[in-house]
Design a protein. Sequence first.
Length: 399
Amino acid sequence: MKLENKNILLGVAGGIAAYKSLELVRLLTKQNAVVNVVMTEHAEKFIGRMSFQALSGNPVLADTFDLVSGVEIKHIALPDDASIAVIAPATANIIGKIAHGIADDLLTTMMLAMTKPVLLAPSMNVHMYDNRVVQDNIARLRQLGYHFIEPNEGWLACGYEGKGRLAEPDQIVDEIELLLTRKDFQGKRVLVSAGPTREYLDPIRFISNPSSGKMGYAIARAARMRGADVTLVSGKVNIKPPYGVHYVEVESAHQMFEQVNASFRKTDCIIMSSAVSDFTPSSTSPQKIKKTADHLDISLERTRDILSSVSKGKGDRIIVGFAAETENVEQYAREKLRQKNMDMIVANNVTEKNSGFEADTNKVIIIGRDGTTEDFPLMRKTDLADVILDRIASLFARS
Ligand SMILES: Cc1cc2nc3c(=O)[nH]c(=O)nc-3n(C[C@H](O)[C@H](O)[C@H](O)COP(=O)(O)O)c2cc1C
């Protein structure tokens, strides 16, 4: 968990979206982050301290002059200890005050003492957000190195529609993680393929596999966190694409082939974690196939091999493949690595419990082009994503 033991100072200002910050605290503490909440006086008109206190497990701070306990001045000590400060929701008022160095309450005073990254999540009525004064304050703060997560568009609590909704709590968590992650993939363009393909027999039936996309999505998210410019080409899955990646959805092996090949030349590294069908029906019925006969023979033909195709134009690019096998895992993986001119292959036995398709965990062997083989214990796919990226980072460092 990336945010484990990270000290997060969460400022809550007096906006209608203050209640959403409770969910933010829950998501952060779920990752074992240490959250200290500071509320403005006006925030307490919208929501009480008790809920923040219960969810964060820490006392909520609000009064500047309550702070001196013993020799510790908390409006200095808390910012010193924090890895990052986040203000969600950030009102037009607090943005204006921070932009002009006003320190008339605990939160704004702390912001002047803060030397670590500060992330503001504005939320307000669309006209307030569009107001030149607010926009000038945001621009001024951005120039000074403050970070913003833009509000979303949609229906606003004030009855208006437009830009002004607080970014979703999971989006804010992503942004926090992004700001706190080392950027060893900065400037690298990474293409990830994920999920299953569908080969249609008729308009409503298809041949597919149980790939959930979890492994590829975890890699795409982790690569983005580490600074990469990520393109994710994905078959249809039931999970949300990570924020901040270029997302391309496909259905068939043919579409996957086309889209991967279209992006491939503009990337430095390709990680093929999708489960692409090796065969497709020789013809697709334009109408639903009726159950008129006792038997139905389906003729299948080979799909085009994506890895073989990209490996022909490999150049300096790093190619990483996956091998999902049910037997002789290491042997088949070694053959695939060699045949397809890959730099690294991640192999797993998909029949093993809690590993492979659909699971949140995976147990893999990683084999390098130089023959090095690493056998990993069962681990979360989110952690494995970073293990794979660590190996790719070393390959980049060597090239
Ligand atoms: C019902 C209600 C909802 C409000 N919602 C917002 C809001 O979403 N965003 C905002 O910037 N101000 C909002 N305000 C105005 C702020 O509460 C007001 O500017 C206040 O001074 C902000 O104080 P603070 O920034 O110190 O918390 C709202 C006011 C009321 C009465």
